[in-house]
Design a binder for this molecule. Structure first.
Ligand SMILES: [Zn+2]
Length: 468
């Protein structure tokens, strides 16, 4: 068997590897999908060449929280608060998806992510209306060719109807059938929402994840009215370095202490959190507790699928928050923090660490899989390259990312997805979106809203769940 060699050359190589740093006019040599050398003038003449002249070569970015299935609902939540989303959008959206909608939304969402240079995503798939939906979502990820943690939604997907199948048993089936261990997809679980199920059930879900070597993830602390559940989860042994807590805006100091002691991973989704009113971003608090920030896109029903935009929002917000006490005191800031290099780590190496994939991806380090992007040198917005790291974080848009590789496979070349019938896909996506929205409208018009008594009883019900 011959070795397939690829040489990516001519750009500034931003490795995100502390030992290698940035290599100006550098080269990355790939053999059979693995990075084997990074440097200048590697002296290779027998490889397929990808020209990055004048541009930037960087690791693919890593998104630690995205509901990829929501692609059909792009833009629907532009002016929604989180409460509106949770009470008046999500409950109608999920049950309105057929298995084929789930496959198509996940496929298109994953391709959109790849287009923007996201080569790994934690797909929080709480569209698991049936085993067929779960398989369909995995199919979508597989067809897209993205690296992903498929986090099986174990919670109830229709708030008005009890679950009609055993999701934990079905996760066991899918973990055995669909994940080979060395492929692009690795298994994960998304717990039942905190307070919506007994804590003992979430603990059982965590044990199930551990049995299968699966990552676990859950939303917490985005809604001020709801308890975070961190103390209960910690007491139940749920929190550890294989658990990704998402949002965390409302966590107390006591919560953070427990989370840090357990070594949890944290995903911040700046665009959805800031725009939906969830509160302050947790980045500086995460850092203060010795944890590593990571970034998620969350929902394209609100924001774009581009991860560099929320990354630069997180930098701006965190710099603003650091400067605010001084500014309020009439003083000027002398040194800004965090730096662009730190922010790039949030969207690359830290994300890989959070997803348990740091040995495979997250930096351009020889021995890791070749997940990388080329920001093209023929775009006005890219040239001249004076600070490749800063320009990656603050100035790069998906349209400037000309080339994307996943495990050495070229999935985007010359600005276009490879092997994708885009017109056909977009047509199917429009049809599916229309049908999903029609079903949602029908549900919204016919659903019986909760009675005032139920609304009053809801906090007690949540408290009971947390304690049991
Ligand atoms: Zn989410």
């Amino acid at each position: 068997m011959t070795t397939h060699r690829i040489l990516v050359r001519g750009g500034h190589v931003v490795t995100v590897d502390p030992a290698l740093g940035v290599v100006p006019n550098g080269e990355v040599l790939i053999e059979d999908g693995t990075i084997v050398a990074v440097g200048r003038d590697l002296g290779v003449s027998d490889a397929e060449v990808i020209d990055a002249e004048g541009g930037i070569i960087a690791p693919g970015t890593i998104d630690t929280h995205r509901h990829t299935w929501q692609t059909q609902l792009r833009g629907c939540c532009s002016d929604m608060s989180l409460q509106h989303y949770i009470q008046g959008f999500w409950p109608d959206a999920v049950p309105s998806y057929t298995a084929d909608d789930a496959r198509l939304g996940t496929l298109a969402g994953a391709l959109d992510a790849l287009c923007g240079g996201v080569t790994t995503v934690l797909d929080y798939a709480h569209v698991t209306n049936s085993p067929e939906h779960a398989d369909a979502a995995v199919d979508g990820l597989q067809e897209a060719g993205i690296r992903a943690v498929f986090a099986y939604g174990l919670g109830q997907t229709d708030l008005f109807a009890p679950p009609h199948y055993d999701r934990m048993a079905d996760f066991t089936r899918i973990a055995g059938e669909r994940f080979s261990g060395d492929g692009l997809l690795t298994p994960g679980v998304a717990f039942s929402e905190i307070g919506m199920a007994p804590t003992s059930l979430i603990a059982a879900q965590k044990r199930l994840a551990d049995e299968h070597g699966a990552l676990a993830t859950v939303h917490t602390g985005a809604v001020w009215a709801n308890p975070t559940g961190v103390a209960e989860l910690a007491a139940a042994g749920v929190l550890d370095p294989r658990t990704v807590l998402v949002h965390t805006n409302t966590l107390s100091e006591a919560d953070w202490k427990l989370a840090a002691e357990a070594g949890v991973k944290v995903s911040t989704t700046p665009e959805s959190e800031l725009n939906m009113g969830a509160g302050k971003l947790a980045i500086s608090t995460v850092l203060r507790h010795g944890l590593k920030p990571t970034i998620g896109v969350d929902v394209v029903s609100l924001n774009s699928g581009d991860i560099l935009t929320p990354t630069r929002q997180a930098v701006a917000y965190t710099r603003w928050a650091a400067a605010e006490p001084l500014n309020k005191d009439g003083q000027d800031v002398q040194v800004v923090s965090p730096t662009a290099a730190e922010a790039l780590e949030w969207a690359t190496a830290n994300g890989a660490d959070a997803l348990g994939l740091a040995d495979r991806v997250g930096s351009l380090t020889p021995g890791k899989r070749a997940d990388l992007i080329v920001v093209g040198g023929r775009h006005l917005g890219v040239r001249p390259v004076n600070d490749p790291v800063g320009q990656l974080v603050f100035q790069t848009s998906p349209g400037q990312i000309d080339t994307v590789l996943v495990a050495g496979e070229v999935v985007k070349r010359d600005g276009k997805l490879v092997g994708v019938d885009l017109d056909g896909l977009l047509g199917r996506l429009d049809d599916s979106a229309r049908e999903v929205r029609e079903r949602m409208a029908h549900r919204a018009a016919t659903a019986v809203p909760p009675s005032p008594e139920q609304m009053v009883a809801f906090p007690q019900w949540m408290a009971h769940n947390l304690a049991s």
